[in-house]
Design a binder for this molecule. Structure first.
Ligand code: UDP
Ligand code: MG
Length: 319
């Protein structure tokens, strides 16, 4: 078994030497062979030079990937995963707010038969009103919407089996939703409280704005999780919800016109019902286009619509 620790780095110059030291200490006793993949996300503070130094000191454990500009934490994480080789992937921040000493504990939990072990900053050391409180609310909302109940989606420190990271790409702020995606392909998920430290050097790259982005991402995630395979159920559902009542209304208006001679145009109801019927058909048709897209996705990439955990006595001796 091999462990990869994937760490996005953006302007963390002072933290990096301490991070490397903490990693080496924490993983010295680890039974796994390990590598750390540090991804420089276009730092401008000299982090790159420090990373070069670290890679030179310990080429056996430290791999560094330099991105051409700042792409954001999620993209940096995605790059790190792509350049890692471990069977187990642990994600963490470079700023020492996460503690590498928690990694062995996460892995031990993973070995109990889980596919994702989510870190939970039970005693979080960030500003309450701008960070901790919005995060609590976001976690409650994400848990409710995705049906995967975790206390701390935002904590980067989590351990994953490689299989659950394959098969989807990360966009926007979406690294935090990996557990929800993983659950959708049938991963076993649990969480463990982890340590959290205040930031000593450098500053946080985020504020309240991120909570908004996370909320918007949640729409996409919910859509992908619930309707990716059957978009017509969503578009068609909205379409029918518009068409059926409007059609009844239209019939009523026409009957009223014929038998009671009430002109169709006396109220805006006539235009409204026509508009909703048209919108409804639009939505249905968009659903059909979405269905075509899904088929292209699955068939062009040869992607099955299911995920297999294990096969006993597989055909032709494959594992
Ligand atoms: N980070 C990154 N690219 C960015 C912003 C942040 O790679 O554009 C890294 C950053 O260096 C750190 C991690 O993402 O390792 C988390 O960032 P930060 O500590 O600012 O977030 P917070 O802990 O305040 O949520
Ligand atoms: Mg931080």
């Amino acid at each position: 078994m091999k462990l990869s620790v994937v760490i996005p780095v953006y302007n963390e110059r002072e933290n990096l030497p301490l991070l490397s030291k903490a990693l080496h200490e924490a993983l010295a006793e680890c039974r796994y062979e390990w590598e750390a993949v540090l991804v420089d996300d276009g730092s401008t503070d000299g982090s790159a030079e420090v990373l070069r130094e670290l890679a030179k000191e310990d080429p056996a454990h430290i791999r560094v990937v330099f991105l051409r500009r700042n792409f954001g934490q999620t993209a940096a994480i995605a790059a790190g995963i792509d350049y890692s080789q471990g069977d187990v992937v642990v994600l963490m921040d470079a700023d020492l707010q996460n503690d590498p000493r928690d990694i062995p504990m996460l892995i031990a939990k993973l070995e109990e038969g889980y596919d994702v072990v989510s870190g939970w900053r039970k005693d979080r050391k960030d500003a309450f009103f701008t960070r901790v409180l919005p995060s609590h609310m976001a976690n409650a909302l994400i848990s409710w919407v995705t049906g995967v109940h975790l206390h701390d989606y935002g904590c980067t420190l989590k351990a994953y089996r490689r299989e659950v990271l394959e098969g989807f790409r990360l966009y926007g702020e979406m690294h935090r939703f990996i557990p929800a995606y993983a659950a959708a392909v049938g991963a076993r998920i649990t969480e463990l409280p982890v340590r959290h430290h205040p930031r000593k050097f450098g500053k946080s790259k985020y504020g309240l704005m991120r909570t908004l982005k996370v909320l918007l991402d949640l729409f996409t995630v919910k859509f992908l999780l619930s309707y990716f395979h059957k978009p017509i159920y969503l578009f068609g559902g909205v379409g029918l919800a518009l068409i059926l009542p409007s059609t009844l209304l239209l019939i009523f208006l026409i009957i009223r016109r014929i038998f009671w001679s009430v002109a169709l145009f006396t109220s805006p109801l006539f235009q409204l019902s026509l508009m909703f019927i048209i919108l409804g058909f639009q939505s249905l048709l968009m659903g059909l286009i979405a269905e075509l897209l899904v088929r292209t996705y699955h068939e062009a990439q040869g992607k099955p619509t299911y995920t297999v955990r294990e096969v006993l006595n597989p055909p032709s001796g494959e594992a």
